[in-house]
Design a protein around this ligand. Sequence first.
Ligand SMILES: C[S@@+](CC[C@H](N)C(=O)[O-])C[C@H]1O[C@@H](n2cnc3c(N)ncnc32)[C@H](O)[C@@H]1O
Length: 858
Amino acid sequence: METVSELGALSAESTFSDTPTDSCSNAASMSLTPPTTVSPDSMSLASDPDIPKLDTVTAPLLDSAILTLHLEQQAVQDQSSESRQETPTASAIVVADSPQPADTTSTTRPRRARNSLPVYNLSQLSQLSSNRRSKHDAASEKRRRTISEDTLVNGEQKDTNASTDTLQKTSKAVQNGIDALNMDWSISGPDTPKGARKNTKSKASQPPAPAPLERRATRRSGLPAETITTTIAALTKKTKKTLGKVQSNISLELRRLQDTNEFAHIDTAPIRYTVWSNGKYVDPTEEKEASSSRKRTKESETELVDTDKNQPEPEKQEPSGPAVKKRRVKKWLDKGLYAGQEAPTDISKGFSAHEKKMLAAHPELKPSDKINKVLPAPIFNGLRLIAAGRDFKLPYDVCNPLPPGQPKPTTYRTITKNRFVGDAAAYWKKQPVFEDSLSKCVCKPEDGCGEDCQNRIMLYECDDTNCNVGKGLCQNRAFQDLRERKERGNPYRVGVEVFKTADRGYGVRSNRFFAPGQIIMEYTGEIITVDECERRMNEEYKDNECYYLMSFDQNMIIDATTGSIARFVNHSCSPNCRMIKWIVSGQPRMALFAGDRPIMTGEELTYDYKFDPFSAKNVQKCLCGSPNCIGVLGPKPKEPKPAKEAKESKDAKKSVKGSVKAGKRKLKELLAGEQDEEEASTAAKKRKIKTATGVKGAKASLSATSIKAAKGAAKGAVTAIKRSVSSISVTAKTALGRTGGKVQRHSTTNGVVKKYGKKIGSSATVKTSSRSSSLTIVAVGAKNTPKKVGGTSKNATPKSAASTASARNRTPTWKARASASTPTSAAKSAKSVKSDAAKSRSALDLSRSTNRIRLVTE
Ligand SMILES: C[S@@+](CC[C@H](N)C(=O)[O-])C[C@H]1O[C@@H](n2cnc3c(N)ncnc32)[C@H](O)[C@@H]1O
């Protein structure tokens, strides 16, 4: 109050507005704008040397200063001119808050006068507004924290007639201004909430505000400058004491607030960054929840995996010492496409029990310690495939079985091995034919029982008893290969199937590839005797459409009515197979072999029946369709010989006959001359013919033609007999009429029929060859049979036996050696040759010299 009274005394010249709405207090003008500005010509207290100098540091600290005085110079001048015309010097005038014009009665408006009076924006000054903390406002606030001296002085020199309340308010305003000048003044000053509360309190306790002070220009106040300075100095001295007390309180408060974040302008609230996705705001709380739920799921999965592990992982031993920071090493790619995919150590991981079992069947896939780092992924994909397997379709060229549902022959039974029926077995054993099987081939391992193997040439299959090479290298084990192929049980490996042809009944086709000469299938059936064959033909097969009978061996017949499907193989004049008999382990066996060219998938298998239709009535039309088809199922019809050729041969025959006759005559004469040597000598003396020269003369008398013919005939006979001697099958050949390499089929047929031909009832005739003719095929002809294909009876005389026989004939040396090793056999063979040769009609055609040669051979 003391200060107020002094102020009232000092500010006798100050004029305060009486406007009730205005207030000198800061609180009264809190809602008013704009802030005042400092007059440019006003004198700053800081710049006055008489006034205690304010530290320039205070300015920044006065961020929330509540007092910024704006001096409206013009208004002050107006006011001053009214009150004191003689005091044009600058003077401090307390800023009036009245919105009314300061001088409504003034007639002359100063040059820079303003129409409206400025007021304090205490809201801004107290930094309570939301924008208060912005840098810009802070800076502007700092600029406003200078109070001019004139303002203060004018405030003190207010009219002394003002009321005490008005003075109190004025002094309060001044006090606040002074507070703002204090270097320790801070935000916690009057503008702080506490200060605001204080002001509010004081306002509530105070009576209604007086009229606003009038603003007057300092320069027009008429007061001398010295007076103002002195007044201010006195004011300062007096108020300094009071201010000291306030200061101490404020300092305390400031010290208390200095530690707060708010004071230090530290924003502890977390920085929030907003996330937008596709124009929508992404709530971070939701994202956080989603991620946490994902994390929880992952953790639960990890726990499940951990529980699945039977063996708990050994706990990692933490290093006891201080944690050593592990140096990070860059991982370089050392692989290409599958970089980073390590091969699993357990390749069966993830396999089912069945798959693991299948995998165990492949020892080559057994996991090893060595990890394959090359191509892990495809290998492990294929591994499952290898273990599990799957069906797949091969290209047509490889395998092409017929689809299911094909017409198949129904009424036949199958056997895979020859079976002796009735007396055949007993009869078979009596035939000591296969002593030769005791011999052994002389092949070297590198030869592998190839084309030169003696067993192969003789159509003997090698086995452990007769092979010098061994199973691993021997290539002459066709029937064993066939057995192994069938044992695998895969129909594709067997490679044949029956199918229905368009015009020849059933046939057999290949559903795989066969190499040239490869065995395809065995011709099996029941081995029966001729008598049994007759019986069956008359009784069992009399109503059958087809017969499957073939001469086999030792005067036996193989009946494939119950047998393998080889019986369905049809005839062709250009066949792709051969039916060959082999001796396997001492037993004859028939099989179908691929011919000289490979057999492709889907081809029909055929062989040349070499039919011998004993009756012209049974000739069937051949439907093989090959370009060189002879048209019938049987031997090729004899072509008529050309006339010239026939004449030449006739002449040659005549010539031979003539020469032989001449020779005989000469020989007779010679012999007669020997008998009557003496007479002859006498006669010779008489006729001058010498005995010694008789033969010579006889020989010489032979014509050159006859000698040549005789030599040729003798040579052929020698060759034929040599063959006969060297081969067991020579008897068969002789029976076939091959003597002299001339007569073939004619003599064979006649001889066989004469000797072995039998009538079977009234319908069929069975023709068999000599017992020693191992492979002369039985021709079964049904009388009065329709000629249509697949009709009643068939005449089948495939002559693959001929090839077998000829094959044996190709090995005279080996056979001779074999015979030598078995004297008994050799003797028998020789005996047989002798008797058979004697039986041969062709031998009768030979000259005496032929007989002589044969005798020599014997
Ligand atoms: C051993 S069977 C062959 C299987 C016979 N196709 C079947 O359906 O049972 C022989 C008979 O087949 C017939 N055949 C075989 N090849 C023939 C061909 N090229 N032309 C006409 N018929 C043939 C003849 O009827 C012959 O008598």
